[in-house]
Design a protein around this ligand. Sequence first.
Ligand code: GUN
Length: 295
Amino acid sequence: MSYKIIDGKAISDQVKAEIAEEVKQMIAEGKKRPHLAVIIVGHDGGSETYVAHKVKSCEQVGFTSTKLAFEEKITEEQLLAEIDKLNSNEDIDGFIVQLPLPKHISEQKVIEAIDYRKDVDGFHPINVGRMSIGLPCYVSATPSGILELLKRYEIETSGKNCVVIGRSNIVGKPVALLMMQKAYPGDATVTVCHSRTKNLKDICLQADIIIAALGAPEFLTAEMVKEGAVVIDVGTTRVPSDKTKSGFRLSGDVKFDEVAPKCSYITPVPGGVGPMTIVSLLKNTLLAAKKEIYS
Ligand code: GUN
């Protein structure tokens, strides 16, 4: 089967241009620029790269951004105090705390300390809960980026069998909920598989759409994929490589070379879901600045 690559980079550029246009309009109307703040703790290489991309993307669309970087040794109490400051800073429309955090800080406490009206990551239980019952909310970035790709490529989802591999709070669970909601994209029959699932291969073979979000390099192989399936690869594991300057490369959860020929559509890594996640964060920040979800 000849397959189509879902080009997340091209779509993300397109959405960024749309956001930039809207910001231009807002400025022309005398409104303030949307303002995103990002908290980063410590020096995790992956996190530093993601945060740099987020800040750069803000610039590209005309947002103001503030990066607050703290050393690994910051206490939970100090970090919660910083969050409180952002909660009450009226110039900041939305903010995120980059995860993971050092072990001595409770991620859950941090997430719940963020004012849900500024929670543009969509991690606060109020946003997660509202999403799960189909109310307006901030949807977390990766699931929302996946849905945007399905929409922009006009991929049929209604009545399709969708298998999600992975049950994380950031991707697996929310994308499963979104794919089953009464909407487009959505209306799919969703199965969530995880490390304890039996007969994973047989379940995957029934899938019209597979969303691989388990974080295991090249886990999904050709024998698990039905002819004509749509495969969305959420994996971004850093694996050592002697071919790149940085000494590592990003590996997806899908064995692309053997899976792609069986697919109707497939996302590459990099350049598939990855670029869309930042765009989703920008979209949420724009919604926050316009007070479209919470007044
Ligand atoms: N770490 C990995 N992905 C994310 C994300 O989407 N948001 C935050 N805050 N941290 C992350």
